[in-house]
Write a protein of this length. Sequence first.
Length: 528
Amino acid sequence: MTAPLAPRQAVDPAVAAAVSLFGATLLPPRTPPTLRDYQREAVRQLEAALADGKRPLLVAPTGSGKTVMLAELIRRRRACGHRVIFLAPRRELVTPQTCAKLDDVNVEHGVLLAGADPRAGLDAPVQVASVDTLVARVMKRKTLSLPKFDLAIVDEAHLSITKIRTELVTALADSIVGATATPTRKDGRALGLLYDTIIEPATTEELTAAGYLVPARYWSWPSPDLTGVRVTAGDYNLHELDERMNRAPLLGDIVQHWLAHAAARRTVVFCTSIAHAVALAEAFQRVGVAAEHVDAGTPADARKATFDRFASGTTQVLTNCFLAAYGFDLPVLSCVVLARPPKSLMLFLQMLGRGLRIAPGKRDCLVLDHAGCVHRHGFATDPRIWTLDGEYALEAAATRARPEREAKECPACHAVWTGSAECPECGYQLRPAARTVQTLDGELVEINVGATVEEQDRAVFYAELRGFARRRGYKPGWAAVNFRERFGDWPPRAWNYGAEAAPSVTTERWIKSRLIAWAKSQARERVA
């Protein structure tokens, strides 16, 4: 196994502050990272494909170092005197993620991003740009004119197959490289519209086996209820299966299951809607867990502050609706909660990928699948054969009816408007109303083969249960019954004479999950 990536060197804050948002970076030289074998081979294949006049698509799993490979490709092209533009679909992918990797290989570059003078820094031979910024300024308003580049690199390339984005990319450069972890689209459009060959240096299974990604442990439905789904040609009817899996309510109480299985883990929760994300954040807060939510309407500064608190550990649980599936890199994240049923394999893999990066002391990623996603899409390590073909599901914009937007009233100044969540008069930010989602009673079960044992030591856990029972005045058998509920067998008799211990946060949260489950069962009995 080759050496891991070199850690990023610290940058003097005074130097970083002097860097213009649109100017070339002025950071001190760094030692370029040592490429892994598959990364080096990927760059070689990309260069060979470009030399043959092809437009290659790099397919590399989340956490494989895709941006590292692209930065090395840019460094080599610059050594040949070429001009390169790197296109990212979201501003979170522009800075600091891409710029940091270019700094690592000492490539001078400018940044094209909304919020500053677009004319500054255009002389830099390498540009990192937001696609939306260029679409607005180059294609629509035509306020920015860029010289032709020798190479355009398109990150998250599965998002680039739209008419205006394809026109933008082909206008910027004749040579094109795409990169994605998921070469498929929800609308079925073919990536072959822009790319003509796939380069896949390593699969998720191979990277996991080599220790470059952590394994995932899955807790999901015991089995999906497929009663009534017809069998066609020896298999379930795909249309009816799709309808069943995507309309089914979520299984189990999300907070209760998290308390039982992932109480010590940094967690991201993918929700069905913004209102659902707000409701779940509030539910976690009610049981004493530091939780926040973010969504596309959260102002950029507030969103960054929320992500910073999550990265530092001040916030333990982050709920969101789709937002954290892209451009979110936190290796210590070790639990992914699927509280929405994605029809799209692309979105499913993007969500899982958030938790598979390696970090010191991290052994695995826990996937709490309340929507039955694993039954529909399989495991992250399942072999998948990617192609550039797709179904053309192009719908004319003129045929899509636009829903009327509901008027909003500002509670601060009482202005009335439609559109964004920010009051145009006083700047007040409307907070989305919380909304719960229907769930079914039930327990998730671990479904992957070869699952590891529980992280917490059994003897310590039992000592903490006994300490909790004595503090609360519970009967002596309470600790043994709860130990058996968690592990499936009784504790050794000798442990009854060992030391008792104050319960850890993990143990207290597991106990709380059982109390929630008991309270719900009592409520159901009263209703019955």
